[in-house]
Ligand binder design. Structure first.
Ligand SMILES: [Mn+2]
Length: 273
């Protein structure tokens, strides 16, 4: 049996409380259960007060067969922030904004360089998705076309081959776009001429979506993070513009702060963030 946990984001105390509540026990400093396996949907890092501990707990569980973990957009970005191309440039620019988003992790990791290096090596080999006999797990969105693209750059267990991290961060490369969908979700272009200002005042002509809705939705139903949805067209979005889900297996995702507690967002999809 599996227990699926949402984005941990450096909250190790809360993770341990949850593990204890689920009946896991710490033996030889590794959390474990005799009958159950934990699955993390990714985003172990950034934001919270116990970055290293959160990683170490899940990493030890995973190494000993008590957990499975996939890559979230935060682990992906952490790798790109650390890894440099052959010219010595980081794959993810060290801008003020990028450093700020990653600061809780960097403050702990940069103080222990050997641990930082090991953590990045571990992040690099996390699978982007799990397709188990009984269920699927991906950080943000299951999109068959993106899964197919990913296969060309991965090992059999959906781990990115190390030589492709540069392409994975190149917006001109199909791998970049596949990973954007799988780890950050489905974006939808608004009709010609329609835009809105996001919470930071930036003009946007795309929306993040509740891509899992089973019935065709209009732009207002589908939008996430639009301060005032009434400015969006009350117009049906053709299903051809959405990823759909084949409902072949239950799917578990994280990533989205939906304010509701973890629950099924459609008959076949649950968001556990
Ligand atoms: Mn995320």
């Amino acid at each position: 049996m599996y227990d699926i946990v949402g984005d941990i984001h450096g909250y190790a105390d809360e993770l341990e409380l949850l593990l204890a509540k689920l009946g896991y026990q710490k033996k030889n400093s590794i959390w474990q259960h005799s009958e159950r396996t934990l699955i993390s949907v990714g985003d172990l890092i950034d934001r919270g007060p116990q970055q290293k501990r959160a990683v170490d707990i899940i990493r030890a569980m995973t190494a000993n067969g008590f957990a499975k973990t996939i890559m979230g957009n935060h682990e992906f970005n952490a790798v790109a922030y650390y890894v440099r191309d052959k010219n010595g440039e980081p794959l993810r620019a060290h801008t003020v904004k990028n450093r700020q988003q990653h600061l809780a992790f960097l403050n702990e990791a940069e103080a222990i360089p050997t641990w930082y290096h090991e953590a990045i090596s571990w992040f690099k080999q996390l699978p982007v998705l799990l397709d188990l006999p009984e269920l699927r797990v991906v950080h943000a969105c299951w999109h068959p076309t993106s899964v197919e693209v990913l296969k060309d750059y991965c090992t059999d267990n959906f781990t990115l081959k190390p030589s492709y991290f540069k392409q994975a961060n190149d917006s001109a490369h199909p791998l970049y776009h596949a990973l954007e969908v799988l780890m950050k979700g489905w974006e939808l272009s608004l009709p010609e001429g329609v835009s809105f200002n996001d919470k930071d005042g930036h003009k946007r002509d795309k929306i993040r979506t509740r891509w899992w809705l089973e019935q065709d939705g209009n732009y207002q139903d589908l939008a996430i993070g639009v301060p005032d949805v009434s400015i969006l067209p009350n117009e049906r979005v053709p299903s051809s513009q959405m990823p759909g889900y084949d409902n072949a297996k239950p799917l578990f995702i994280g990533h989205y702060w939906l304010h509701e507690s973890a629950e099924a967002v459609s008959a076949h999809i649950a968001c556990v963030d």
